[in-house]
Design a protein around this ligand. Structure first.
Ligand SMILES: [Zn+2]
Length: 232
């Protein structure tokens, strides 16, 4: 059975070679999701080693954070949009686990994760998660957890109501839109903990700010933020 499966896999592989989601180059053995070249040329921010970095500054006066970082710069039209898009809408959970592991390996070199007790992915509305089948931020969190051993909590922070797509709204409207959409369940599980809030892309910061508004009800909680990409 194992042999048959291997045979069929290699047959399929010859018809449909696995390709890098970013540049389309066929992947070689040992590569997953992205080719080595694309992993290397990813425009990393290096913000995790820099206190007072631009992501942290962008939250000043909006959310009380310990630290914040985004892993890579995302420019509109860049090839890396394929990575973000397939992770979010294309059913490619594997890209979330993979990037979580890649990121964790690099963040571990600094003190960014040292003090983190729990990984908390930004939740999707339950209906959206049912339609999509997964939460891309939770996949990132799981990948991070596989390398660091830091547990993931997906039950305490919940999304309250479905809201229409924010894509075509003006910045001001987005603020109104996200206000009060997150709530807590079993907040005692978060008490006194240092949480790392995890999301895929940072744009206006409104979603993270709304999460922090809900979390500030928790006794003694401290919050840091990680996003895979930051929009430029
Ligand atoms: Zn590539």
């Amino acid at each position: 059975m194992g042999t048959l499966r291997t045979y069929l896999a290699s047959l399929l592989h010859s018809f449909y070679p696995r390709r890098c989601v970013v540049c389309g180059t066929p992947l070689v053995e040992g590569e997953q999701g992205l080719c080595t070249q694309c992993v290397l040329r990813m425009p990393r921010t290096g913000y995790h080693t820099q206190e007072g970095n631009p992501v942290e500054v962008s939250f000043w006066g909006r959310a009380q954070l310990e630290r914040a970082t985004s892993y890579f710069f995302y420019e509109k039209g860049s090839d890396f949009r394929h990575l973000l898009h397939r992770l979010k809408y294309g059913g490619r959970k594997d890209l979330g686990y993979l990037m979580g592991r890649v990121v964790a390996t690099e963040l571990r070199e600094s003190d960014f994760l040292k003090d983190i007790d729990l990984l908390v992915p930004v939740p999707l509305h339950p209906r959206k998660q049912r339609e999509r089948g997964y939460n891309q931020s939770a996949c990132l969190a799981k990948g991070l957890s596989q390398v660091t051993g830091i547990p993931v909590n997906t039950i305490s922070l919940i999304r309250r109501r479905h809201h229409e797509s924010q894509t075509h709204k003006r910045r001001y409207d987005r603020w109104l839109n996200v206000d009060g959409i997150f709530a807590l369940r079993h907040p005692e599980r978060l008490a006194g903990k240092h949480l790392l809030l995890i999301d895929d892309v940072l744009t206006t910061g409104a979603t993270i700010t709304a999460c922090c508004d809900a979390l500030k009800e928790v006794e003694g909680v401290r919050i840091s933020v990680f996003t895979l990409a930051v929009a430029q």
